[in-house]
Design a protein. Structure first.
Length: 137
C-alpha cells in the first residue's frame, strides 16, 4: 500500500476522531513509538514520560484509552546508568489495532536498523496530516 492510500485510510477512518489523529501524528513526530505486528496487519503505539510529565501522559492516555487494555498508565521505577540515578516514569501502550496500521506504514521505514527494527521516519505527506493541534503535541 502506498503513502497516498495510507493517508486516505487515516483521513477516512471512522475509528479515529480528528483529535486522536492529531495526537498520534504529533506524538509520532516526538517521542512516542509505533510497532507493526509480524504479519504487518496491525500496529500499536507506546508512550512514556518521566514523573514530571505525568499529567501530560495521562492526558494522552485519556484521548487514546479506547485503544488500550490498561485501566490506566503504569508507574515504572528503574535505574538510569547514564546519570547514575533512579528514574521514575509512567507509560502506556495501545493494543494491536488495524486502525493504527496506516500510521505505522507512514512513519516506519521499510529498511531495518542495526537492531533489526524499522526506523521511525517523517513521511513525505506530513504536510497533509499536520494541524495546529498536531504540532502542539
Amino acid at each position: 500500500m502506498n503513502e497516498k492510500d495510507n493517508l486516505n485510510l487515516i483521513k477516512e477512518s471512522k475509528e479515529l476522531t480528528q483529535e486522536q489523529t492529531d495526537v498520534i501524528t504529533g506524538t509520532l513526530l516526538g517521542d512516542s513509538s509505533i510497532k507493526r505486528n509480524n504479519a504487518k496487519s496491525s500496529a500499536s503505539l507506546s508512550y512514556g514520560q518521566g514523573h514530571n510529565n505525568k499529567e501530560y501522559l495521562f492526558s494522552l492516555y485519556h484521548k487514546l484509552k479506547k485503544f488500550c487494555s490498561m485501566p490506566k498508565p503504569r508507574f515504572y521505577e528503574g535505574f538510569d546508568k547514564r546519570y547514575n540515578k533512579a528514574r521514575f516514569a509512567y507509560f502506556f501502550s495501545t493494543t494491536l489495532q488495524e486502525t493504527l496500521l496506516p500510521f505505522a506504514n507512514l512513519f516506519l521505514s521499510e529498511t531495518l536498523n542495526a537492531a533489526g527494527n524499522p526506523t521511525k521516519i517523517i513521511p513525505n505527506c506530513i504536510g497533509e496530516l499536520l494541524t495546529p493541534r498536531a504540532l502542539a503535541y
